[in-house]
Design a protein around this ligand. Structure first.
Ligand code: SAM
Length: 185
């Protein structure tokens, strides 16, 4: 497990990414092509900014990151320091990403519930701010509620999948919901 952790950590450092999570997005992008060259992208829970670094390489479109903690600036990327719960914008995006995660307590039920709430808030933001045919990617801690959320999201997209990237730590309970081609109803 530690070998795996070290290899992604070192790879991130070598390639100038701020966090190993960059490789999760790169892997998902390779498989599902969520982000296209001119797409506008909202990245929820973006600190320290490694997904923003990846997104910047993939699109020339407008990129907005939001997090409760600050992010060292990235050229060509806008950032708002705010709780996702308070986030409101008139802007619409081609892609909404959310790698949001709570501060964990180590108590599984509490952490799952907190993660579920954040995932749900990300979905609310995506539902409001996604353009037609847009894509949505969100992280959640696996629980009984994961499938309930998937069921709720499914009718709004052409395709909805769950996926655990290779770069995820073996001990982690996180899973990503990938939703392709939004159709607001
Ligand atoms: C795993 S990190 C994201 C890593 C990021 N994708 C990257 O590659 O750099 C999860 C982030 O969610 C943020 N977060 C947690 N609760 C939040 C909330 N209510 N509103 C906005 N961001 C939140 C945390 O501050 C943390 O930075």
């Amino acid at each position: 497990m530690y070998k795996r952790k070290d290899s992604y950590f070192n790879k991130a450092k070598q390639q100038g990414y701020r966090a190993r999570s960059s490789f999760k997005l790169l892997e998902i992008q390779e498989k599902y092509k969520l982000i296209k060259p001119k797409d506008t992208v909202l990245d929820i829970g973006c600190a320290p900014g490694s997904w923003l670094q990846v997104v910047k390489k993939l699109t020339s479109g407008f990129i907005l990151g939001i997090d409760i903690v600050s992010v060292k600036s990235i050229k060509g990327v806008e950032f708002i320091q705010q709780d996702i719960n308070d986030f409101k914008t008139e802007k619409k995006f081609n892609v909404v990403l959310s790698d949001i995660a709570p501060k964990t307590t180590g108590i599984r039920n509490i952490d799952q519930q907190k993660s579920y709430d954040l995932t749900k808030q990300s979905w609310d933001a995506a539902k409001t701010n996604l353009k037609k045919n847009g894509n949505f990617l969100v992280k959640t801690f696996q629980s009984q509620e994961t499938q309930i959320l998937v069921k709720e999201i499914k009718p709004f997209f052409k395709l909805v999948k769950t996926y655990v990237p290779k770069a995820t730590r073996e001990s982690s309970k996180e899973i990503y919901i990938i939703a392709i081609s939004f159709n607001p109803s």
